[in-house]
Each structure stands twice: as C-alpha cells, then as structure tokens.
Design a protein around this ligand. Structure first.
Ligand code: TYC
Length: 101
C-alpha cells in the first residue's frame, strides 16, 4: 500500500479547569435573634424561608452551617456584606469562608 504520510497521534483529553469553590459558613452566637438570621439569609443568599430556617437552626444547634458555595471572590464578598449588615443592626453575627476540600 502507498505511504500517505499520515501518522496517528496519541489521543489527548482537553480539560477545562474550574475555579476552586469556597464555602460561606454561618457561625452561631448567643445574641443575634433567630428571625434576623433567617431574614438576612433570605435577603443576601436568596434562599427560600424554609431553607433559611433549616440553615439557621443547623448553625444554632451545631455551632456553624454551610450556607452556599461560590468562587472565592463572590464567597468573600457575600460573607463580608452579610456580616456588615448584621453589624449595622448591632448584632455580632458572623459569616466566614473556607475553601471546599
Ligand atoms: N443562637 C441564636 C439565638 O438563640 C440564633 C442564631 C442562630 C444566631 C444561628 C446565629 O448563626 C446563628 N438567638
């Protein structure tokens, strides 16, 4: 057979890197009213009432609860905004962030 000059190449897989995700964590305290925590979760994280209540109660009983995951910049922005909103109302409520895995 005639040599066409065609060579095979090892198959390559193209991987698209996804940005690492960061968790926004709600931390319990003894002073912030439950209703305020729920209102803040709904306003800042756009979670429905029932989900906001579950997140608040989980933090209340276990000490902390993951609210949502975002890229690092968005997670930090949301945690800071939500914490500042609580401060502006005189509450010590705290949101932190940490990388996922
Ligand atoms: N522990 C608070 C109370 O009893 C309510 C609360 C829940 C505060 C969750 C913070 O992340 C929190 N009033």
């Amino acid at each position: 057979m005639a040599d066409t000059g065609t060579k095979t190449r090892p198959q390559t897989t193209i991987k698209t890197a996804r940005p690492p995700l960061h968790k926004v964590i709600l931390v319990n305290d003894d002073f912030t009213p439950r209703a305020f925590v729920v209102r803040l979760l709904k306003a800042e994280f756009r979670v429905p009432e029932a989900q906001a209540s579950v997140i608040m109660l989980t933090a209340h009983t276990k000490g902390s609860c993951v609210v949502a995951v975002f890229t690092r910049e968005i997670a930090e922005e949301k945690a800071t905004r939500a914490t500042e909103m609580a401060r502006s109302e005189g509450y010590p409520l705290l949101f932190t962030t940490e990388p996922e895995q």
